[in-house]
Structure formats: C-alpha cells, structure tokens
Ligand binder design. Structure first.
Ligand SMILES: C[S@@+](CC[C@H](N)C(=O)[O-])C[C@H]1O[C@@H](n2cnc3c(N)ncnc32)[C@H](O)[C@@H]1O
Length: 287
C-alpha cells in the first residue's frame, strides 16, 4: 500500500512493510538498539552503495547542504556517520573562523574514525579541528547558544521526536545561527510511481548485488516513508522559534533541504553579548 505524504503521521507510521524495530512507533530503546545494529552492519559498504544508488548525485546534494551553512562556526555535523557530509563542510573551513571548526556527532561513535580519516586526507587535523562525539541527535551535550551552524545529511528520519529535536537545535545555536538538514523524501506528482518502484523494488536488489544487506536497505526506504508531511516539519521548525524557514526540493523532489535560522539577538541583550564557542564535553578522540 502506498501512503501519500499528506496522510496523517499515525497512518503512515503503521503502514511500513518491514516491521523493523527501528521505525517510528516502536519504543525508543528498541529503536535505538536497532538503529545502532543497522548502521554498524552496513558501515563497510555504505559509502560505495550510496554513490551508486544515488547515481553519484549524493555528492552534489551534500555540497549544496555545506554551501547553505552561511553563519560562522563552530559547526556541528549531526549524525555524521562516515563523514561524507563533513568532508564538504570541512572544505569550507576558512569561513568558520573558529576552533574547533566542525564537531562530528553520531549515535554510533565507531563510524566517526572513518570520517576522521577522510578529513585527514584533505590536509586537516581532525583531532583538533573536527573532533568526534557519540550522542543522540535530540540530546546534545552543548551549552546553550554555543554553535554557529548545524548540518545533517540523511538522518532526520531517524529522529525520535521532531518538535523536541528542533527545540534542541534552537537551544544550542547562537542567535543568527543556521541549520541545513538534507534528507530524502517521497516525491509527489508524475515521478512518484517510478520513484516508489525504484526505491522499493530495484534499490534493495541492487544493494544485495553490491554486497549490501536487503533488510537494512528496505528499512532505509521505509524510514523515508515514515517521515511526517513537509508542512508538519516546517510548522515544528517555526514553533521551535526558527525564522527564515524553507524547504528546497532537489532532483525531481526526491530530496529536500530544510533551512532555518535562529533569529539574531536584539542589540544590548545578553545573547548579543555572547562570544562563545563553549561546547561542553567535546572529546578530542572519537566517541
Ligand atoms: C544514512 S547515515 C548518514 C550519514 C552521513 N550524515 C551522510 O551524509 O552520509 C545516518 C546516520 O545517522 C545516525 N543516526 C541514526 N539515528 C540517530 C540518532 N537518533 N542520533 C544520532 N545519530 C543517529 C546513524 O548512526 C548513521 O550514521
């Protein structure tokens, strides 16, 4: 059964086919354990598969996201995984004007050293410039108003509670700070049928042929389907206090970039006087 994007969230939640414990609607403790298991399992072939399954377009999408980070650092790459988005953000480090430039966080800290090796190949020193940190995306171990920008690639759908997540992003951002969140979406209109067929029938088979894990990729597809409608996401961003909220579609509407900004502080207020950064508990090592 195809569930339209406009269907109520609850209906979409119960319509998944895999019944994976990692999908929304399951108790969070089980979801977290299953997410950890899936991302640990697909780590070794994740990057190669991503490239092939997106026909190489994922690099452009990540560059688009990195270029949307138009506030000074430090930046946080949330759910950084093996660092494919971090690489694009790190290349823009002359604009960050801060130390560390970039903090990479993930639920599965064992993925972060893979990203560190990619950053080291760019000539940087990831230990000091882009430390890694294991944490859940909606409980961030950072001081209020300590970060200049937050980006995320292909992980929004794994969030536990969208309104709470956006409130947490708002809390840790400095006034004037920005967010850029990239994820897949089920497109509407004439391409929708083809897209669903590709995503549900073709993609998991290709994943298996390339050495991947069919169930893990089915889960990734179902997790895209489980996302709330766009209007719900945009309203939740505004309710959290963000301004300049926008959703930019890419590649026939199959991906979207959510953009928003924490309003600049009024001159003379305590927040306007803040001169961070002071992220708490940022480890120099991984995890
Ligand atoms: C599809 S990968 C994307 C990795 C990377 N951002 C990229 O662009 O390639 C999703 C990542 O989200 C992480 N993740 C899933 N749920 C999370 C959560 N609740 N909190 C933090 N990270 C999470 C996974 O461990 C995984 O590394």
């Amino acid at each position: 059964m195809v569930v339209p994007e406009t269907a109520p969230f609850e209906e979409r939640e119960t319509a998944d086919r895999t019944g994976s414990a990692a999908l929304p609607g399951r108790p969070w403790e089980r979801r977290r354990g299953e997410l950890t298991r899936i991302f640990t399992r697909i780590e070794s072939h994740y990057d190669r598969l991503n490239r092939i399954l997106s026909l190489g377009l994922d690099r452009g999408w990540r560059e688009w996201t990195a270029r949307s980070m138009d506030a000074p650092g430090p930046w946080l790459d949330l759910a950084s995984g093996t660092g494919d988005l971090a690489v694009h953000v790190f290349r823009r480090r002359d604009r960050a004007r801060s130390q560390p430039i970039l903090i990479r966080s993930d639920l599965v800290p064992t993925l972060l050293p893979v990203g560190a090796r990619k950053l080291a190949r760019l000539g940087g020193s990831p230990e000091s410039e882009a430390p890694g940190l294991g944490c859940e995306m909606d409980h961030l171990p950072f001081a209020t108003a300590s970060l200049g920008g937050i980006c995320q690639g292909f992980a929004l759908r794994h969030c536990r509670d969208y309104p709470g997540f956006f409130r947490e992003l708002f809390r840790v951002l400095r006034p004037g700070g920005c967010i850029a969140i990239l994820d897949m979406r089920y497109p509407a209109g004439r391409v929708a049928g083809f897209y669903r067929f590709y995503f549900r029938a073709v993609l998991p088979r290709i994943a298996v042929l390339l050495g991947g894990d069919r169930d893990a990729y089915r889960f990734l597809v179902d997790s895209v389907r489980s996302m709330p409608p766009e209007s719900t996401l945009l309203d939740a961003l505004r309710d959290a206090g963000f301004t300049d909220v926008a959703s930019r579609p890419g590649f026939l509407g199959s991906v979207r970039l959510l953009l928003a900004r924490r309003p600049a502080a009024l001159a003379g207020s305590a927040e306007a006087a803040y001169s961070g950064p002071s992220p708490r508990n940022v480890s120099k090592g991984e995890g």
